[in-house]
Design a protein around this ligand. Structure first.
Ligand SMILES: [Zn+2]
Length: 414
């Protein structure tokens, strides 16, 4: 209990120092490995917008029981099946009308069992733990777009190793995953006596069946990791990255410098290389609201940069294969971004029409100017499409600016 109080104090102090809109959590986690169960206490900051509306809804695994929700100005809470995601529950917390001031933390104590056979790819066994949003093991905001950062403290024996986004520190039986880049969930992988390979800051931890594949993943990932650091690392050097490569169900996903791959869905070597590089590139794309109409930039830049990496390593023909996929995907999409339209672009735009527009922009600007533009996007704090359009203007003049703006808006004049 004493430890927890210290943790809460540190956590509250750190709020004031935080510039980003991300919400901070601090979670203490213990396991009963033999019964696939976990016990958790999490302190989370609840942004004012939720408190002033009177309620906040947090997703949580439906097999979990919530023992308590405490904090200032909490009137009540209830747990019920989510309408939005029926396989999950929502913890709905009601605040009193005086809950307006400042950021307020709540504390949720909950416990439950992970269904290792639920095909979501999350599991707790006697020698491995793999957790992500796919089991809703940790509370996340039900709008799917409130970014969170924070620390998970895990208790496990000292022959275990823990991997996760950000950095991991350990002391005795306590491991801390300290995630400083905003993401939508809390994810980690823990394994007893891991098998891993490592080279120059890049780690691949894998199960036995993936020993051979791990070599390729290491080479591809490290190649991109080095290249991205070389190109964009002047502003922000990515010190380490890790891939967890397992034969498991569920989706592959990436959270910053932590990538978890389902080896059964890897695809070709070129595809795997591009996937890794796309995800590594995201360490330099600035997080905006996932619901905003500017979100296309994050995905389209990562997609385009990773495709150029494929061209550099595997040749133009492989790049053209990717372009064909973009074209097929983009079919039926009228535009990428319009000033007066708030809609979030679909995946057809993000991974199709958007990268095609960047390719056309490269043709227009020429390689040198375009590379400079890419460097600018990846190393500055750009979250709005208008800033990109303006920058194109400063590189290539008013006509090109108009051309690019029309291209994004789907009003071609080529
Ligand atoms: Zn992406």
């Amino acid at each position: 209990m004493k430890y927890l109080l210290i943790a809460v104090t540190t956590y509250l102090l750190s709020f004031t120092a935080m510039a980003s809109d991300a919400v901070e959590y601090r979670t203490e986690l213990t396991f009963s490995l033999e019964s696939s169960a976990l016990n958790a206490v999490t302190e989370m900051q609840i942004p004012k917008k939720y408190r002033s509306s009177g309620t906040v809804a947090l997703f949580l695994n439906k097999d979990f029981s919530v023992e308590s929700v405490t904090g200032q100005h909490i009137e009540s809470f209830e747990v019920k099946q989510s309408k939005k995601v029926p396989v999950w529950n929502e913890v709905i917390i009601e605040f009193s009308s005086s809950a307006q001031a400042n950021n307020k933390a709540i504390r949720i104590k909950y416990a439950g069992t992970i269904d290792n056979n639920a095909q979501h790819g999350n599991f707790i066994t006697s020698n491995q733990v793999h957790l992500s949003i796919d089991s809703a093991w940790h509370p996340v905001f039900s709008d799917f777009s409130t970014p969170i950062i924070g620390t998970v403290s895990v208790e496990l024996d000292d022959d275990w190793e823990v991997f996760g986004p950000g950095s991991v520190t350990s002391s005795g039986n306590n491991y801390q995953v300290i995630s400083t880049e905003p993401t939508i969930d809390v994810s980690l992988y823990a394994v007893k006596k891991p098998t891993s390979i490592y080279s120059d800051g890049f780690t691949v931890v894998h199960d036995d069946v993936n020993a051979e594949r791990a070599e390729f993943v290491l080479n591809a990932g490290r190649q991109c990791f080095e290249k991205m650091n070389e190109r964009f690392g002047r502003q922000k050097q990515l010190k380490a990255a890790q891939v967890v490569l397992l034969e498991r169900p569920g989706p592959s996903f990436a959270r910053g410098n932590y990538i978890s791959l389902n080896s059964q869905t890897l695809g070709s070597k070129v595809h795997t290389h591009q996937y890794l590089c796309h995800e590594i590139a995201h360490n330099w794309t600035n997080f905006t609201s996932a619901m905003s109409h500017d979100y296309w930039m994050i995905e389209s830049f990562a997609e385009y940069i990773s495709a150029r990496e494929v061209a550099r390593i595997y040749g133009e023909e492989e790049f053209q294969n990717i372009v064909e996929k973009w074209q097929a995907r983009a079919k039926g999409e009228a535009f990428i971004w319009r000033e007066d339209t708030a809609r979030r672009a679909s995946h057809k735009v993000n991974y199709g029409l958007g990268p095609i527009a960047l390719m056309k922009l490269q043709e227009k600007l020429g390689e040198t100017a375009f590379d400079e533009l890419i460097d600018w996007y990846m190393t500055s704090d750009v979250t709005e499409t208008e800033a990109l359009i303006t920058k194109v203007g400063t590189f290539a003049g008013a006509d090109t600016k108009r051309w690019f703006s029309a291209l994004l808006a789907g009003k071609h004049s080529e």
